[in-house]
Design a protein around this ligand. Structure first.
Ligand code: ZN
Ligand code: ZN
Length: 402
């Protein structure tokens, strides 16, 4: 069986109104995430990464007591026979050299999650808030996660400021030591894809996850994975990460990495996003060295191979341009399209051009089809600014690999 899985979704508020991720949407509650996945996104397995927050734990307990969710034998919480929620927690670690990175731990059940919450609570200032700094090196957080029967996945591995390769180390094996062999997977992040990550030798043996890191309901599923497994449970998911008994990630659906916020080097002095051959660690425009290094630039800097060397187990990487990136598709057009075709995925990948045209006009329909075929010209993002489609600029590059 194939499952659509997004394993990195944040919480904005608890149902009691307490802030969890302050920058995230207010309606992004534990329960609303499950409802959104069931009713609009077609996501069958969702990892929520702010579950160690005590007001969120209260929400989970309330939903279980009311029978709206049930704990599964294989781990995870079932909602309406449609969605499995995995209980996760993202924390920020700090190496002795100062490098910071984010990591998500997933737990089989509420008891283990609560145990972890109590343990990590001694190391953070405000446990109620999302992605808190725990001031421990990553391999100690890993051990804490293991002690609570969790599974540990380094998050958005290449992003500048807060990630393994982007801010902490050239090699994950150096950073984690013995623990590295017990980490089954890494998360690519929006500004990277499998082709880029497969230029790093120590990643060939890891499973790649592409997740949304959503801070609002509409962004759930902007990146997701198709996982082959027997059931939507925690245990099956972990087997898939380790590729046991035929379970595995068969495909990653993700943004073209140029649409991500950190794809190219960004100049903090003149706001220029690099366009020349990577790696660039100074500004092409003004010469400043005060830059935020791009994910592409960083990967080229530390790559073992000039070309990707995908292992046999690597799933297909399918690019998708979320409708919010297609010029002219605003909230009204988006609502019309989803009403007519059932889901954003159906619009992106299946609906034919004539039918799209009847709904939003021929011009927008054509842009959607160009995006689907990888022919929508894109300009890379950087320094926290998303990349964008530039249909009026035929000189911009095409999407590769389609
Ligand atoms: Zn996150
Ligand atoms: Zn500059």
């Amino acid at each position: 069986m194939f499952f659509h899985c997004d394993l990195h979704v944040h919480i904005g508020r608890s149902s009691s109104g307490r802030p969890v991720k302050i920058t995230a949407a207010r309606d992004l509650t534990f329960e609303n995430i499950a409802i959104e996945c069931a009713e609009r996104k077609g996501i069958e397995l969702v990892g929520i990464v702010d579950c160690a927050s005590p007001p969120v734990i209260e929400d989970i307990e309330r939903l279980l007591d009311a029978g709206e969710m049930v704990e599964l034998d294989g781990g995870g919480l079932r909602f309406r026979d449609q969605v499995t929620v995995l209980l996760g927690a993202e924390f920020e670690t700090r190496e002795t050299g100062g490098g910071m990175s984010h990591h998500v731990s997933y737990f089989p059940d509420l008891a283990r999650l609560k145990h972890f919450s109590q343990t990590i609570g001694k190391h953070v200032t405000n446990l109620e808030l999302s992605s808190q700094a725990c001031k421990l090196p990553a391999n100690l957080l890993f051990r804490m996660c293991q002690d609570c029967s969790g599974t540990f996945v380094p998050a958005h591995c290449f992003t500048p400021h807060k990630s393994v390769y982007g801010a902490s180390a050239d090699r994950a094996a150096d950073m984690f030591g013995d623990a590295w062999e017990r980490i089954p997977a890494i998360e690519l992040g929006l500004s990277a894809d499998s082709h880029l990550a497969d230029r790093i030798a120590e990643l060939h043996s890891r499973t790649f996850l592409s997740n949304s890191d959503a801070h609002s309901l509409p962004k759930i599923g902007r990146e997701y994975n198709i996982i082959e497994m027997q059931a939507g449970t925690y245990e099956e998911f972990i087997k898939a990460l380790w590729r046991e008994d035929g379970r595995r990630v068969i495909a990653n659906f993700g943004l073209d990495p140029r649409l991500g916020k950190y794809h190219r080097t960004f100049c903090e002095d003149c706001n220029w996003i690099a366009r020349g051959d990577p790696p660039l660690d100074t500004c092409e425009q003004c010469g400043s060295a005060k830059v935020t290094l791009g994910v592409l630039d960083r990967i080229v800097q530390i790559a073992d191979h000039d070309e990707p060397q995908p292992p046999e187990h690597r799933g297909h990487y399918q690019y998708q341009v979320p409708l919010q990136f297609v010029p002219g598709i605003g909230a009204v057009a988006l609502a019309k399209l989803i009403n007519r075709f059932g889901s954003e995925m159906a619009v992106l990948h299946q609906a034919d051009e004539d039918a799209l045209g009847q709904t939003v006009g021929a011009k927008k329909a054509h842009l959607i089809v160009l995006a689907r075929e990888g022919n929508l010209p894109l300009q890379a993002g950087g320094g926290g600014r998303y990349g964008k489609a530039v249909p009026s600029n035929p000189g911009a590059m095409k999407l590769p690999g389609l």
